[in-house]
Design a protein around this ligand. Structure first.
Ligand code: F0G
Length: 468
């Protein structure tokens, strides 16, 4: 494996998309007009967009060629057969339900396999997984391992706490639990990997209690790379072998293929149980489309069939994970504390620790996101008290998120290392004037998922109390 300072791209560029950096006064104007909500800035006014790694990948020449082979037949298209074959090979599951993105896979699975009031333990639910579980009357439970909360670098901080899982099943009784989910990699815990040993242990616990075990496998290939690199006994195995072993432990999987599908849209559910497959397919017809296209065009299915194979290429993964780690190293060198180790798809900056003069109720993450845009036209996203904090309805007390983070998700095969150097340079200029960064307050918010739509304003300093 390459370990030089800058990883080298295992591809060259054949098609380019211009990006434009607005002037600083223009950027200042845009962020004010957006009421300091980065979601409200048009993409064309962003220079480097690290909002998400979802649906933002660049396609390969093979994928563009596959797109032309798309069979747009309503039923039984060749495109679906190619997609189905690839998903079967990767997951080892017989039945494949296509859908247009991950949250539909979640909706289908929870609508079919969850009874009202049942619990769903997960290492950590992603927001839409949690939302869909709640919407179907379930109770999502997060059981991340202990290391996930520490600042110490350790491999596999995405693991599930299996002791807690076993105790939870004992306490509630297996019939109160709809299924156990492991999210690979664990996005909400910083894109951290889950070890094979942990997956195996969760599977043994589930088998022992006749409980269903599913993956949320949006970043399965990135997870397999970490197992190969960091878990004893796996360095000699191929990514394909590791992926096959991972999926051998689960009954089924839901995937947002907008990540490790290397595609701009797509998802699926894969499973072996024919009876459950029939129920999923019936619901699919109602909400997405016929079971051989599931809300996707034939050409999307062909693009996915190729992308799902390409993503397991070792050289691609080695570059991908190293590129994200490189961005993490550079940002840390610039003086910003980050969550370590860096995850597979993103660098998480600890805005709470960087901006100690801004308390959680004044959203240090929003301050940092604003600065990245003003400084460099860079779009990152707050993952802190704006996204996850709340106000106690009775006491009116502010309940902060566990940490005030800012996520920089790296789209796949999109940005070069010089883009990443540019981000690090902006970071060091921000660090130099960090004490001048102000706190923010919410001017207007919606009831659900407020971070997407709320308006923010710079917090006015407290009036000086003349009596004291
Ligand atoms: N599961 C995980 C682990 C995810 O990260 C996401 C999406 C989903 C499910 C939902 O998939 O968006 O295709 O419906 N994560 C994106 C992100 C949005 O930015 O982390 P979707």
């Amino acid at each position: 494996m390459r370990r030089q300072e800058q990883p080298t791209e295992p591809y060259r560029i054949k098609s380019v998309e211009p990006i434009r950096l607005l002037s600083r006064p223009e950027r200042e104007e845009k962020i004010v007009a957006a009421n300091y909500n980065i979601f409200k800035i048009d993409a064309e006014d962003i220079y480097i967009d690290l909002l998400t790694d979802s649906g933002t990948a660049a396609m390969s020449n093979r994928q563009w060629a596959a797109l032309m082979m798309g069979d747009e037949s309503y039923a039984g298209a060749r495109s679906f057969r190619r997609f189905e074959k690839t998903v079967r090979e990767i997951t080892g599951k017989k039945w494949v339900v296509p859908c247009h993105q991950g949250r539909v896979a979640e909706n289908l699975v929870f609508s079919t396999l969850l009874e009202k009031g049942q619990f769903v333990p997960n290492n950590t639910h992603f927001d839409t997984t949690r939302g869909n579980c709640l919407h179907k009357g379930g109770v999502p439970i997060d059981l991340p391992c202990r290391e996930s909360e520490s600042n110490e670098p350790a491999p596999f901080k995405g693991n599930m706490n299996t002791e807690k899982l076993a105790a939870f099943i004992e306490e509630k009784g297996a019939n109160q639990i709809a299924m156990v989910i492991v999210t690979v990699t664990n996005n909400s815990a910083g894109g951290q990997a889950v070890s094979m040993a942990n997956i195996r242990e969760v599977s043994e616990i589930c088998r022992g209690h006749h409980l269903l075990f599913y993956f949320d496998c949006a970043r399965f290939a990135e997870n397999a790379y970490f197992i190969k690199r960091d878990e004893p006994g796996y360095s000699g195995k191929s990514i394909e072998e590791i992926v096959a072993e991972m999926f051998s432990y689960v009954d089924g999987a839901m995937m947002s293929a907008k990540k490790d599908g290397l595609a701009n849209i797509g998802g699926f559910v894969a499973l072996n149980d024919e009876d459950v497959y029939r129920r999923l397919a019936e619901l699919l017809i109602l909400i997405e489309g016929f079971p051989t296209y599931g809300g996707l065009a034939g050409r999307d299915l062909d693009v996915l069939a190729v992308g799902l194979q390409e993503v397991m290429d070792f050289d691609y993964l080695d570059f991908r994970i190293e590129q994200v780690a490189y961005l993490g190293r550079r940002i840390k060198e610039a003086g910003m504390p980050i969550v370590e180790p860096t995850g597979g798809h993103a660098v998480f900056i600890d805005a709470g620790r960087l901006l100690e003069h801004i308390p959680p109720e004044q959203f240090p993450g929003v301050g940092l996101v604003t600065e990245f845009y003003v400084e460099g036209g860079i779009r990152a996203v707050e993952i802190g008290s704006l996204m996850f904090g709340s106000t106690d309805p009775e006491s009116g007390k502010f309940i902060p998120a566990p940490r005030e983070l800012v996520r920089m998700a790296v789209p796949r095969r999109v940005y070069t290392n010089s883009h990443l150097d540019y981000i690090a340079e902006a970071a060091s200029r921000i660090v130099a004037r960090k004490d001048d960064i102000k706190g923010y307050e919410i001017a207007r918010e919606s009831e659900f998922l407020r971070h997407f739509t709320c308006d923010m304003r710079i917090r006015q300093s407290e009036p000086v109390n003349m009596d004291s």
